[in-house]
Design a protein around this ligand. Sequence first.
Ligand code: MRU
Length: 368
Amino acid sequence: MLIDGKPYRSIWREPDGDAVRVIDQTLLPHAFETTLLRTPADAARAITTMQVRGAPLIGATAAYGLAFAMREDPSDGNLARASAALLATRPTAVNLRWALERMQSVLQPLGAQARAAAAFTEAELLCEEDVATNAAIGRHGLSLIEAAASLAPGRPVRILTHCNAGWLATVDWGTALAPIYMAHDRGLPLHVWVDETRPRNQGAALTAWELGRHGVPHALIVDNAGGHLMQHGRVDLCLVGADRVTRQGDVANKIGTYLKALAAHDNGVPFYVALPSSTIDWRITDGLTEIPIEERAEAEVLEVAGRMADGGGQAMRVRIAPPETPAANFAFDVTPARLIGGLITERGVCPASASALATLFPDLALPA
Ligand code: MRU
């Protein structure tokens, strides 16, 4: 997508082929800096420190991490070790496991000498497919926005989104934001309500930044404002992403997504989840009991990161609770399928149900 008119992806291979470059998302929106990844440890660190984040981008970065590992040592032992180390970086987004298993299935049958080249080729292919997949999600989701526009003649369609499911969270386009970019590019008037998404503020730092760079009208709201806006008829559509979707359509996404779905349900606001099929975990059914929920450092809750609003804009962290206060930091929650109006996938929009998902993806669904 565009940054000040220049097209970017969130991850790309350097011209010499030796390394990949990613946008350091921990520095946004205050600084746009890129960083080089050359080793499996670099890739793992970028994921754990959240320089890269978002389910599809985590998978793409891990794929390159495995390619770096094969360049260092293409043995079976190292393939297993590097895969395990990368898999351990973050627990909830299943795209990580999906990408590593895809890479392993390509690499395992090969002789050691062929693995490094094949791994880079496959990682690159995975990234290209991610872009095409998200573009398809965008086209399918666009029809939902067009339908909402036909019910709101003469005013913008008002869409609420949570966290960042934009191009920064994928290789390009994004999932939940792909239909928004496509609608905007076609001249459909839109207004996006951006949840700030405590504690890491992916909405404030990343979604607002992306939308702003692309010229999409939006306003940042505090996480608790969505219910109020829905009660007052000021949201036409909720569009969010996903980190793991079960075979019956339960959705794990950034903490707070469930509360938005509840408010949408109570107010008759359509609530849609956009996801590539790589986010579906066909091995599990019940999201509440079977999806591992990441728990992160309490400092993310107890402190707020930002820049001094005046006095030179120095980066800083500010403590917001008494020094002795402990915190709990659950990074994701699960929205049950019954609260979801539909799933927007690369193959089309379907109800959040086991039968609809199996019908749309007969080649991927595992037998019940
Ligand atoms: O902790 P993060 O920033 O990796 O969480 C990201 C999200 O929850 C996104 O909504 C999700 O990965 C979908 S990205 C297309």
